[in-house]
Unconditional design. Structure first.
Length: 71
């Protein structure tokens, strides 16, 4: 089977989201990180957004992305 994606022959209704990101590393930033540290993570991993994780509450609290810098 082809890997599901924009150019594949797989139907979107049958593809699982996890199939689109197989072999990708999960990146997260601690919610206590500075804006500079969060930006460094985006640059280092060549991504546009990253989930923020609160280690005290053991839960995700939101997403940090490039649009936050322009807000």
């Amino acid at each position: 089977m082809d890997r599901p994606g924009l150019g594949s022959k797989c139907h979107w209704t049958a593809a699982q989201a996890q199939d689109l990101i197989a072999n990708q590393k999960v990146v997260q930033v601690d919610s206590e990180a500075t804006v500079e540290e969060a930006c460094d993570a985006l640059i280092e991993h060549k991504i546009q957004s990253v989930p923020l994780y609160d280690s005290r509450r053991h839960s995700y609290v939101g997403m940090f992305d490039l649009h936050d810098l322009a807000a």
